[in-house]
Design a protein around this ligand. Sequence first.
Ligand code: PEP
Ligand code: MN
Length: 338
Amino acid sequence: MIVVLKPNTPEGDITAVVEEIKRLNYEPRVLRGVELTVIAAIGDERTHSNLETLTVFPQVDRVMPVQSRYKLVKRQVHPSNSVIQVDGRIPLGGKKLQVMAGPCSVESEKQLLSTAHAVKKAGATILRGGAFKPRTSPYEFQGLGEQGLKLLAKAKRETGLAIITELLSEQHADLVAEYADVLQIGTRNAQNFQLLIAAAKTGKPVLLKRGLSMRIEEWLLAGEYVIANGNPNLIFCERGIRTFETYTRNTLDLAAIPIIKQESHCPIVIDPSQGAGRADLVVAMCKGAVAMGADALLIEVHPNPAEAWSDGAQQLSLDGFAKLMETLNPFIAAAGRE
Ligand code: PEP
Ligand code: MN
């Protein structure tokens, strides 16, 4: 911890802080500048008591941690990239860029199967589709529930695509894990820690969306809950954050890609569909994401977006998705991926 004292603190007041740091079992090192005195308190911040209590001393200006509060998601504990085997056969986080595509919500057998066949043909490896939907209004379509999961299973049998679907509630953890190859934790639940623990305990890979107003440190700490609960198969997903901008539904923070890559060994996925809320921006967002090193894309695709039961404005048509995949090929190669 670094303890910054107020300018021109008298010697006696410096000594009082030094004594308190010793009492808290840290080793103090006093660094004197012309105006400012700073005390480095040496000790493991994760096991020692928190020095934030020092701010009660009027001569203390700030107390700043040096070590990060997360351990297991950190790149230092696992210097190489973690590669997660989805369904034991689809590597996510390796050389191959994976594409997860499908409707926002599972609506019917015809809608899901036609989408599944089309996205598979275009090169997707994982089928997305919400069976339990987190809707802002209780009067909007809430998803088909277990019936939706059964349709996802049928689509998997017919196409071989792996399945990603959202886990909304702890009470559904075992049910959803029976059908899903990846459990999606949605933006609205990104800090629902009991849900994260329940998801972790299923043993299935967990895709953790960034919360609507979550700082990257909070996102990493939420991810820490998954690994700390015995599940190393954690995937981060940036899906846009809420800002003052209204041209787009959310502001897609592509800077999160290099930051997550620096801070963590876990794969990072970009969801340009929730990110922009506009189908016309999806291609450009995907190009940017691939160029910046995303490990996978999560894209909403619907056979008839105008009639979608949720998120119609942001879903690509089947043709639109096939064109996107062709357009992306040179970008994928330029980024050194397959
Ligand atoms: C979705 O993927 O359809 C969804 C609801 O995602 P988010 O939690 O990012 O809003
Ligand atoms: Mn959606």
